[in-house]
Design a protein around this ligand. Structure first.
Ligand code: AR6
Length: 231
């Protein structure tokens, strides 16, 4: 059985949170919008054609490694549809490893509309970027640059003009960006993952020894970047 509670917040509009009746009293004393939360897509597994089984191992392994550094912060893996194979794989592997589902969970939705469409407050979102840190190219990169508007593009250029595989770049979002004003996103972290697609730059030609290492580095860099702004 669930009940709905309306909770108001500091910066964000008030929001409805589903509360289970068997939750401990006071367990929602902290406003959800005050919990530092990183929403991230599965890096490299669509346009960059990285193997899903291997990527899910890397994601769950890295999440496990960062769990005890998180404090009260949360990590959320996002994908567009409930048919997402990477979400199923990660959910199963995270459950097997008994990873705390309050601090790491999966969520279905557009990463650019998590608050307005999904009611999920995420102050930081990650982008599966390209090496030039440019808008377009399809996938989540096109969606995030589109939703972030010119303010995101300008803020990104201020930080860097390119990114190497395995690296992440933290970009503070100006309040003029719709992602900030509508969705409550204060930072975008661009991440460049390994590429297995021969039609994209820096293709690793199926070298999964290198590929897994680069994907691990990418998630380490992403989670470290998130922790540097969360704490
Ligand atoms: N919200 C949430 N997840 C999404 C969204 C969205 N709006 N759009 C896609 N995904 P991809 P890559 C998921 O291809 O493989 C670009 O052209 C998608 O289902 O965006 O790292 C860049 O410019 C998948 O699970 O990133 C690069 O050149 C995940 O996001 C290249 O693609 C990543 O898919 C990067 O390729």
């Amino acid at each position: 059985k669930t009940q709905e509670t309306v909770s108001s917040s500091s910066g964000m509009p008030s929001q409805k949170i589903k509360v289970s009746e068997d939750m401990a009293p006071g367990s929602i004393s902290q406003d959800e919008s005050d919990i530092p939360t990183l929403a991230f897509p599965s890096i490299s597994t669509a346009d960059f054609q990285f193997d899903l089984e291997k990527a899910s191992d890397v994601i769950v392994g890295k999440v496990e490694e960062f769990m005890d550094k998180l404090g009260n912060a949360r990590l959320v893996l996002v994908d567009l549809t409930e048919r997402s194979k990477i979400l199923s794989l990660v959910r199963a592997k995270a459950a097997e490893k008994k990873i705390d589902s309050k601090r790491f969970f999966t969520f279905i939705g557009d990463i650019c509309q998590l608050y307005t469409k999904g009611g999920l407050c995420c102050n930081v979102i990650a982008n599966a970027a390209n090496w030039r840190l440019k808008p377009g190219g399809g996938g989540v990169n096109a969606a995030i640059f589109n939703a972030g508007g010119p303010a995101l593009e300008a803020a990104t250029k201020e930080q860097a003009r390119s990114l190497l595989p395995g690296n992440a770049l933290v970009v503070p979002l100006p309040s003029t960006s719709p992602l900030y004003s509508k969705e409550g996103v204060t930072h975008v972290i661009h991440v460049l993952g390994p590429n297995m697609n021969p039609r994209r730059p820096n293709c690793l030609d199926n070298d999964y020894v290198k590929g897994c290492k680069v994907l691990e580095d990418a998630y380490s860099s992403l989670f470290k970047g998130f922790l540097s702004i969360a704490n």
